[in-house]
Ligand binder design. Structure first.
Ligand code: ZN
Length: 371
């Protein structure tokens, strides 16, 4: 990810920090300094850093729970608004998703519990309402911040952990797609309530509300896509009319093809019909600029995964999303390229699907919906 610094890695997961987070630290430090001099600046900054250590531990809770189910996480990025773990996928079983979702807040519960036990009578709930008061000790503040983290994260709306907990609980009773739909609707209801409260109390809530609302619809779309994909084969969804380039082609040939067709990705196919790689429009333009039109396409193409035409679409979808590629190749039994699967044509499939009447009982590739 651009604009983020690598802090190292824990158990194969890179820990990154976004530069806006460092700016936030400097900005808060300056505010504390103006209010109470260097000591206040120092204390305030340590407090913010410690909170983010708690946020990082929360994310690691998710990451280690997911690892138990064979799901790896490429990186955790700390943003000013919290941490984001880029997991390869969510575990399929609702019970597993439940555990992964709960594991994050559970870490904060544990931190708060340890601090409260250690503080004993020095901890009281009143201290929570004056977290910004310099007379309140750091340990009390950190315990309070962890309680707030748990409460905020358990709001039953995407992208908060509470939204995933709700979806997992619903999915144990109904299909995954239906559960996501219901959970997304409940989350959007919360977003509307936040938005209205924000008008009267705190404009920050309006921003949070908009964020939750968008996240809920994004989550619903993804679940719908997975549901559509479940009963479909790759051969039903792939693009079969496309132009490919020979291994001898140059970037200039590719540029001609780009203008001649509506394609933006070109497969490079050798004499025996095997896919060697794909040249994207971005790579093509970059090669034209940096290396000139005579550059062989073989030198600037990207490796893309291939799937068999009889593969289930949801498996292929996973490959497409995990690699972050715009396209994957589809092959026949002799390993020859017979189609392409792109993010764009999957989007078109979704549009066609949602334009159909909601009977859910018609025959055809989409009849096997998780309803
Ligand atoms: Zn979380």
């Amino acid at each position: 990810m651009r604009w983020s610094l690598n802090l190292g890695s824990i158990a194969g997961t890179a820990i990154r920090i976004h530069v806006t987070f460092l700016l936030l630290l400097v900005w808060l430090g300056a505010i504390f300094y103006r209010q109470g001099g260097p000591e206040a600046a120092w204390h305030g900054t340590i407090f913010v850093v410690l909170i983010f250590v708690c946020v990082l531990l929360h994310e690691l809770g998710h990451v280690f729970a997911a690892r138990r189910y064979g799901v790896r996480t490429r990186d955790i990025t700390l943003w000013p608004f919290g941490g984001i773990s880029s997991m390869e996928r969510m575990p399929d079983k609702p019970s597993q998703e439940l555990i992964v979702a709960v594991a994050g807040p559970a870490v904060n519960v544990a931190i708060a519990a340890v601090l409260i036990l250690w503080l004993g009578p020095r901890f009281n709930l009143e201290a929570l309402t004056e977290i910004e008061n310099p007379a309140v000790s750091l340990a009390v503040k950190i315990a309070g911040a962890n309680i707030i983290l748990v409460v905020f994260n358990m709001i039953p709306a995407f992208p908060m952990d509470g939204g995933r907990v709700l979806r997992a609980l619903l999915a144990m009773r109904m299909g995954n797609a239906r559960a996501t739909q219901v959970a997304a609707t409940i989350g959007q209801g919360f977003a509307v309530v936040f938005g209205v409260l924000g008008i009267f109390y705190n404009p920050m809530l309006i921003i949070i509300a908009a964020f939750i609302f968008l996240a809920a619809s994004g989550e619903a779309t993804q679940a719908q896509l997975r549901a559509v994909a479940q009963g479909t084969l790759v051969s039903d969804a792939m693009v079969t009319t496309f132009e490919s380039l020979p291994t001898s082609a140059t970037v200039a040939d590719a540029a001609d093809a780009l203008i001649r067709t509506t394609q933006t990705e070109f497969p490079i196919v050798d004499g025996t019909g095997h896919l060697r790689g794909v040249l994207t429009r971005a790579a093509m333009i970059k090669a034209l600029k940096d290396r000139g039109p005579d550059t062989p396409v073989l030198e600037v193409m990207a490796d893309v995964p291939t799937v068999h035409a009889n593969t289930k679409l949801d498996v292929a979808l996973r490959a497409l999303m995990q690699r972050g590629q715009p396209v994957i190749g589809v092959t026949d039994t002799k390993d020859k390229l017979v189609g392409l699967l792109t993010v764009e044509n999957l989007g078109e499939m979704m549009m066609i699907h949602s334009a159909r009447p909601e009977t859910g009982s018609e025959a055809g590739p989409w009849s096997n919906m998780g309803r």
